[in-house]
Write a protein that binds this ligand. Structure first.
Ligand SMILES: [Zn+2]
Length: 269
């Protein structure tokens, strides 16, 4: 699933290609995509408008068309691209012959229409937690979130608490911070919490610089892979030697998701 670095990589490319272009028509081919507006309502709100910006909140892309914003979540396999795809879930046709196609084999992606002025106070954005690289991401706010028995890995995946992190970067940040993924959040020492707080932003920033991680399906706008998969220390490396201590990396399941960690570097305590 695309996480913050993958969505940010796509956002930058979409903005470069489409900003300032006027939407001439749109077609929705997958009704399940639409969460709160019909195809006709989307057409009325967006067609004829100029794309002002492409923003991002956590893993959501925000296409700001002036009065209204289309909020897209890619979920598992969603992929926006300017290259024609075989079964597009939607097509946005802009002037100057730029067309945005949306591919989504698993059909789990979502599209909301919201008034731009209130976008962040309405679903789906209103319930999101603090976010790396945003002013809300302070050590004080982070420490406050940790005052719970919840396992630290599961807390990192809880978008209502910290938004933008998914399975790959949660595993990587915990490894870099030498914290066992099943530790109760409130058992972390202040030094461990500080390390984790810093490593989350450090790893996400590096992943953005490397244009995301391609393990299964993620692709950049023009179809290229990301590059951060070449720098993963634990994710998807079960049985391979730890980059720090050579102990084989282990995999366990938390909340139905695979967690990768080094049993030597990441003590359970
Ligand atoms: Zn190790």
């Amino acid at each position: 699933m695309p996480e913050l670095p993958e969505v940010e990589t796509l956002r930058r490319a979409l903005e470069r290609e489409l900003i300032g272009r006027r939407l001439q028509s749109l077609d929705i081919y997958e009704p399940r995509l639409l969460q709160n507006a019909s195809e006709e309502e989307l057409q009325r709100a967006l067609v004829g408008q100029t794309l002002q910006s492409v923003g991002r909140r956590a893993k959501f892309l925000l296409f700001d068309f002036g009065p209204h914003t289309a909020v897209l979540h890619l979920r598992m396999t969603g992929w926006p691209t300017l290259t024609p795809v075989q079964t597009p879930r939607f097509v946005f046709r802009f002037d100057q012959k730029k067309t945005l196609y949306f591919s989504d084999p698993r059909r789990l992606a979502t599209l909301h229409l919201v008034p731009t002025a209130h976008a962040h106070t309405l679903p789906p954005l209103n319930g999101l937690g603090i976010e790396p690289f945003q002013p809300t991401y302070t050590l004080k706010n982070f420490l406050a979130l940790l005052q719970t028995d919840q396992e630290i890995k599961r807390l990192l995946l809880d978008q209502r608490k910290i938004a933008g992190i998914g399975n790959i970067y949660a595993c990587e940040a915990l490894f870099a911070s030498r914290i066992h993924p099943q530790r109760p959040a409130k058992s972390l020492s202040r030094a461990e919490a500080r390390r984790l707080f810093a490593q989350i932003e450090k790893i996400l920033a590096r992943a953005i610089a490397e244009q995301g991680t391609t393990v299964k399906t993620y692709r950049r706008l023009a179809g290229e892979s990301g590059n951060f998969q070449n720098f993963l220390a634990v994710y998807d490396r079960a049985g391979e030697p730890c980059v720090r201590c050579q102990t084989p990396i282990e995999r366990l399941t938390q909340g139905g998701r695979g967690t990768y960690f080094c049993p030597t570097c990441q003590h359970r305590v």
